[in-house]
Ligand binder design. Sequence first.
Ligand code: SF4
Length: 56
Amino acid sequence: MAHKISDECVSCGACQATCPVEAIKEGEGKFVVDADVCVDCGACEGACPTGAIQAE
Ligand code: SF4
């Protein structure tokens, strides 16, 4: 399991620095969570202004 960033993402990048394992990277049109790196801590969820980040 990992957290996932939906299409609500506006690529603001606010979540990126909150991830302790650097699982969040900028993708095409939105940011993406590398599911192989994410440890499901949930730290990024509250950082997203559009609520785009949720547990899968
Ligand atoms: Fe990083 Fe935690 Fe968010 Fe996973 S849930 S992307 S480990 S901050």
